[in-house]
Design a protein around this ligand. Structure first.
Ligand SMILES: Nc1nc2c(ncn2[C@@H]2O[C@H](COP(=O)(O)OP(=O)(O)O)[C@@H](O)[C@H]2O)c(=O)[nH]1
Ligand SMILES: [Mg+2]
Length: 318
């Protein structure tokens, strides 16, 4: 590995009741990266996750606010390293692919590397419902944000310090992966995917995803990000639908007016005007939000440059 002597690596494992598998995950990563710092963030587990993790030699911290997003936020804030790897504590992700994951980050070629379970080169054990859900979200994401990601929800990722320390994340639960992906792409961070194979969870170990509740939250996150990051498209689309639906009663009224010179269908006329005006208003709001979002993007960019300059001058003065 082309790791510089100063590159420190942190393995972050968010855990909720993973007592059966967490030690295996820690040992797997220790074998691959003996010098890495391994952190397990225990989230009010009711089993022996914390003891198992401690016994396997990981640094165990506890996070009281339930939810993977809450845990990831605390991890990102508290842990200091140059390269970060995040992985599930359920033993489904292959530790021996970690080199492939961190290679682009260490080489400075990427800011986030996603271990993709759905890559054409992957051979993953997926439950059919999860596979369908994932493809549906991917289709939405790829069409809204015009990106080309093959796995939106993978929990096996590597990050540069820049992403970990500067990406503002607000998700509390399993929407975290969606948020990380979209925000990295929107900030123009370099996102790379590496194929990995997903193994099934061992018997007796349970997935924490609740398909409908978490599916709804992920949907919600995609739409919230759509609204916030692409307001002109989001509001423009709603505006267009309203204007077009205004034409349906409108055309009847216009035809009648052309034929008779009178407007007898007053309710239709009011409805048409109402729909067209609200459509225009919504589109106009989209335009205003778009301008504001652009200005914020510029500000964000300047802020990033400033932070980098400060870091550079800090490094030079050391
Ligand atoms: N800290 C924390 N970790 C969680 C929580 N829910 C799930 N996790 C962990 O997040 C990872 C992913 O969850 P998992 O159930 O494996 O989701 P799946 O991989 O999509 O089936 C696992 O390591 C879980 O232990 C939670 O509320 N808090
Ligand atoms: Mg998992």
């Amino acid at each position: 590995m082309t790791n510089s002597p100063r590159s420190t690596i942190a393995i972050l494992i968010p855990c909720y009741n993973e007592g059966k598998t967490v030690a295996g995950v820690i040992n797997g990563f220790r074998l691959q990266l003996p010098d890495a710092d391994i952190y397990v963030y225990d989230n009010n587990s009711t089993d022996n996750t914390a003891e198992e993790a401690r016994r396997a030699g990981a640094t165990v911290r506890s996070e009281k606010r339930q939810g993977k997003g809450n845990v990831v936020r605390s991890m990102f804030r508290e842990v200091d390293a140059d390269v970060y790897v995040m992985v599930d504590g359920d033993g489904t992700y292959p530790a021996d692919r970690v080199y492939e994951l961190i290679k682009p980050i260490v080489a400075g070629d990427a800011d986030m590397v996603i271990g993709s379970r759905l890559h054409t080169l992957s051979d993953s054990h997926f439950k059919p419902l999860n596979r369908i859900g994932n493809s549906l979200f991917l289709f939405l994401l790829n069409s809204i944000f015009r990106v080309n990601i093959t796995d939106l929800l993978s929990g096996y990722r590597a990050f540069s310090r820049r992403v970990v320390k500067s990406l503002p994340i607000i998700s509390r639960g399993f929407e975290i992966e969606t948020e990380l992906t979209v925000k990295c792409l929107e900030r123009n961070y370099r996102v790379v995917e590496v194929p990995i194979n997903l193994s099934p969870r061992p018997k007796g170990s349970k997935s924490k995803i609740k398909i409908f509740r978490d599916g709804f939250l992920i949907f919600n996150t995609i739409f919230a990000l759509f609204r916030d990051y692409k307001p002109l498209t989001a509001f423009g689309l709603v505006g267009l639908i309203l204007v077009v639906s205004g034409f349906i009663p409108g055309i009847v009224v216009i035809k009648e007016f052309i034929a008779t010179g009178y407007i007898n269908r007053i309710p239709s006329a009011i409805l048409a005007v109402g729909l067209v005006l609200s459509g225009l208003l919504v589109a106009f709001i989209g335009l205003v939000l778009h301008t504001i979002a652009r200005r914020f993007q510029e500000l964000d960019c300047q802020l990033q440059n400033l932070i980098e300059k400060i870091h550079q001058s800090d490094d030079e003065s050391l």
